[in-house]
Design a protein. Structure first.
Lengths: 291, 250, 385
């Protein structure tokens, strides 16, 4: 007996079209990404130089450099990731290793999911009300850094929790069986094994924090401060805000465009570097554990 | 005084009763084999002696568990200290991702009071006892993950022995290994009996017959039969025991 | 004991959420009941029988849309004198004595309506009370002009509608295209490219929004302007377009994971019955993952709703009630970003902005909770079934 093709020919033709369509959509969406990067490279590469990175903005930001903004961003990021990583790693450890019941952990996971969905500008409001006003820190690197730390908590905690959970239970059990306390097991076995994955999360969070504008708008950023920040309690120029300012205010926007392209390219480069680093680390981890 | 003893021990995980009124006693330097079908409670019983069940949610114990005459579930007993006197080897080899040397030294470093020279001695001694020394003596710094399955399990035994426990618990130590490694470890158990008291859970009745002095048969949380291994397999008393041994279930 | 440290850190997320809610509402609720200009005194000529006015009445009088007669006063149009238009009557750098004199003269007019700080108020004037109904002002007005004198206009509808347009356009883009991308990667992409594509998705999602806004301003806005023949390319549509694009990875990755998780057995049963690739996708897999699609759409909506910088740069920033998405708009988050820097701390404007923040918080919270509810309910059903 011969089986006739169940799928009629026109049907197959339509399916091929559908496949082609979604292929096109997928690649165009990503191609646009490439387009942005290429465009910025093209327009901004000529502006970049050591002087650009270290110089102060001059002539109403039409020339000079982005030194203070770059350094300010670095400081704020250090505060954010420094504080955020400690709190988040401890929190992730609590949720994965030390919490006393599954219900507590599920509740905390729910809280983290909720926090993750809150817009960054709302975190900025909170940072303003709490750090700048209530705690009296004023608009400063510290206030901005702490606000960004809060913003990155959900990502970092989730990452840490998964990292600790991925450590094989058998190893933790073996350590306990040898007479190690829970804390000893955590510091000697669980943490070292989970560390690469935690670092990956930190890299990802760093990339994100560098590019955030809304939270630092009212907690740290200042429009024009052509000096390098001297202390944690001072406000500072910041890369993302600087880009925004170059593009939307200023006397003659056309004139500041070259600076804007340079700033955008710098910011993009930094973000891509960290995101790329995170992706690379994760790739390396997958290979390591397959062995 | 018995090395270890349980008196009417019952265990619950929440509403589920895993052990029902188990009483037995074991003398020093004997090997006790725990046999029975899956889920009969033998692993639960094994883990009573180093209080590993404490970590399971809803764990509740009635009765007494004694090691060297001392109730190890008394409130003043520190489980962490207990686990340094009782060694455990698990079903699958669990080497830490450190060097061979550091794996064996792990338990020793927890105390933080021993000088490095002593640690080196104890590591060597433990590896010799586990019949692994000759194979790894030149490669102590290499990663433990490079060893074969059988070697890894012997490493775990060495690791457990390094802290000089008086009681050794083994939870199906050879079920993940090939026949040759299994034979080596069974030989090991035979040797270790001189210095240690050993309780071993096994699915393999021939293994129980080969290595143990006493055998206990568990079924549905109850201790059905307990006696000298020789008599146990040649002349079992209880009908359930007979059915299990002859392979009617399990 | 050291374990306590971990517990504190673990509960820190709880503290953050509580703190956020408390501060938002503590600073935002006063927008409902506080009077916007507490240091101002409103006053009229003593012969004017009017004792109290509503805020709307003040505006109507100030704009000449009604005269005093409508509120029980003389049949004359009102003349408003307040800080912002004082320079009409006074020369620059007038002395205190001169100011007093001019004001006293003005106060002699029965049609006058004064809105001045108490020290400047002429003795002869009769103070009246002005009622401010926060709720009506916020939700009953279609004008957003928070620095308007003498009384601000704080209608939130233009902002809400703006947010709605941008989110709507964004979703129209993100849901179908994200689905397409998810299907492509889950079904047709060569496996060697799987990991690189996921990395690229993360890169796209991680683009700093200010950079995307910059590119949007320089490239997309002119294109939109010329293609759609608009007077300006900065519209809700432009913003929605860009936001939909950068939210694609979120939508696509959630759906893609769900597609991969369809049980093997079901898929093989479908093929075994003679279904083609696409038939299996459309008839089995997509219906199976519908809850995940809904969840992803809700989360994407939340993300788009909360976005700030791109909107600030390409949506035109006009807080006007938009009837089509091809007009410039202002969204909730953009308003916060644009105006908070200029609102003095503790002022009414400040409180209204926090009120907006609380509103935004509640909106995104609702979307996220809905997504969570769908996910937990259907996930449980699927694993049991």
């Amino acid at each position: 007996m011969r089986y006739k093709a169940v799928t009629s020919v026109p049907k197959r033709w339509v399916e091929g079209l559908a496949t082609a369509l979604i292929t096109l959509i997928s690649w165009v969406a990503l191609g646009a990404l490439g387009g942005v990067v290429a465009f910025l490279l093209y327009k901004g590469a000529g502006v970049l130089s050591w002087a650009f990175f270290t110089d102060l903005p001059r002539r109403g930001m039409q020339s000079g450099g982005i030194g203070p903004a770059l350094v300010g961003s670095i400081y704020v990021t250090l505060v954010a990731i420094g504080v955020g990583s400690l709190v988040a790693t401890a929190a992730g450890a609590y949720m994965s290793e030390f919490a006393t019941s599954r219900r507590i952990v599920r509740f905390l996971e729910f809280l983290i999911n909720t926090l993750a969905g809150i817009p960054s500008v709302v975190y900025g409001l909170f940072g303003l009300a709490l750090f700048v006003v209530a705690l009296g820190l004023g608009a400063s690197i510290l206030a901005g850094g702490l606000t960004l730390a809060l913003l990155s908590l959900p990502l970092l905690v989730r990452n840490a929790q998964e990292a600790f959970g991925a450590v094989p239970k058998a190893l933790k059990e073996a350590s306990i069986g040898l007479g190690a306390s829970e804390l000893q097991t955590f510091f000697r076995i669980t943490l070292p094994i989970a560390l690469p994955r935690i670092l990956t999360g930190l890299a990802l969070a760093t990339g994100r924090v560098l590019g955030e504008t809304a939270p630092i708008l009212f907690t740290a950023a200042v429009y024009y401060l052509p000096t390098y920040p001297k202390g944690l309690l001072e406000p500072t120029m910041l890369l993302p805000y600087h880009l925004y300012v170059l593009v939307t205010s200023g006397v003659d926007i056309r004139q500041t465009y070259p600076m804007a392209f340079g700033t955008a390219l710098t910011l993009l480069g930094l973000t891509l570097a960290f995101t790329g680093l995170a992706a690379y680390l994760r790739f390396r981890l997958k290979r390591h554990y397959r062995v | 005084m018995y090395k270890l003893e349980t008196r009417a021990v019952s265990v619950w995980y929440g509403n589920y009763q895993a052990l029902k009124g188990v009483s037995l006693a074991l003398e020093r330097n004997q090997v006790l084999a725990l046999i029975g079908p899956s889920g009969c409670g033998k692993s639960t019983f094994l883990r009573l002696f180093n209080r590993m069940n404490d970590f399971i949610e809803g764990f509740r114990l009635e009765g007494e568990v004694l090691i060297d005459g001392e109730n190890i579930y008394a409130p003043q007993v520190d489980p962490v200290h207990l686990r340094r006197r009782v060694g455990m080897v698990f079903q699958k080899p669990t080497p830490f991702p450190f060097s061979i040397y550091e794996n064996v030294a792990y338990g020793l470093r927890l105390q933080n009071r021993l000088p490095e020279s002593q640690i080196r001695e104890r590591v060597e001694h433990a590896l010799r006892q586990a019949a692994l020394w000759e194979e790894v003596r030149d490669n102590l710094k290499k990663s433990a993950l490079m060893l074969s399955g059988g070697q890894q399990q012997r490493l775990c035994i060495a690791r457990a022995l390094a802290v000089r426990p008086s009681l050794l618990l083994m939870d199906e130590p050879t079920s993940a290994l090939d026949p040759i490694s299994t034979a080596k470890i069974e030989e090991l158990i035979h040797e270790l009996r001189q210095h240690y008291t050993i309780v071993i859970v096994t699915h393999n009745m021939q293994q129980a017959a080969r290595v143990s002095d006493m055998t206990a048969f568990f079924y549905m949380g109850q201790l059905i039969e307990y006696g000298r291994t020789k008599d146990f397999f040649t002349n079992p008393q209880h009908p359930e025991t007979i059915r299990y041994i002859t392979g009617r279930f399990g | 004991m050291k374990k306590k440290v971990f517990a504190v850190a673990g509960w820190s997320t709880f503290l953050v959420l509580i703190g956020l809610t408390v501060f938002l509402f503590r600073e935002g609720l006063p927008a409902l009941y506080k009077f916007p200009q507490p240091e101002l005194v409103f006053a009229v000529h003593p012969a004017n029988p009017v004792e109290r006015l509503s805020a709307e009445a003040v505006r109507a009088l100030a704009e000449g849309k009604a005269d005093w007669a409508a509120f029980g006063g003389p049949a004359r149009p009102a003349r408003l004198v307040h800080l912002a238009n004082l320079d009409r009557y006074l020369p620059a750098h007038a002395s205190a004595a001169e100011t007093q004199r001019v004001l006293a003269d003005l106060a002699a007019d029965t049609a006058i309506l004064l809105a001045l700080p108490a020290p400047l108020l002429p003795n002869a004037a009769k103070p009246i009370s002005v009622t401010w109904q926060g709720w009506r002002e916020l939700f009953g007005s279609a004008h957003w002009s928070p620095t308007y004198e003498p009384l601000p206009r704080v209608g939130v509808w233009p902002l809400l509608v703006g947010s709605l347009w941008v989110t709507f356009i964004g979703l129209v883009l993100v849901v179908p295209l994200g689905l397409a991308m998810a299907i492509y990667v889950a079904e047709f992409l060569p496996r060697t490219l799987y990991y690189p594509i996921k990395v690229l998705w993360e890169v796209l999602a991680g683009l700093p929004s200010v950079v995307v806004g910059f590119w949007g301003l320089v490239v997309v806005v002119p294109v939109v302007k010329s293609t759609l023949q608009l007077s300006a390319g900065e519209t809700a549509f432009t913003a929605g377009l860009l936001l939909g694009w950068i939210t694609l990875p979120l939508m696509a990755s959630l759906v893609e994971e769900a597609l991969q998780a369809v049980p093997r057995l079901l898929v093989e049963s479908s093929y075994g019955l003679g279904a083609t690739r696409w038939q299996t996708i459309l008839r089995l897999k997509l219906p199976y993952v519908l809850p995940s699609i809904a969840t992803a759409a809700l989360l994407s909506a939340g993300r788009i709703l909360g976005e700030t910088m791109v909107v600030l740069m390409v949506s035109g920033n006009a807080p006007l009630l938009a009837t089509t998405p091809f007009q410039p708009v202002r969204t909730l988050p953009a308003t916060l970003a644009a105006e908070l820097g200029e609102a003095p701390i503790g002022s009414y404007h400040y409180h209204v902005l926090f009120f907006l923040g609380a509103l935004l918080f509640l909106l995104t919270l609702t979307l996220n909770l809905a997504a969570y509810a769908i996910q937990s309910r259907y996930l449980r059903a699927q694993t049991l079934g």
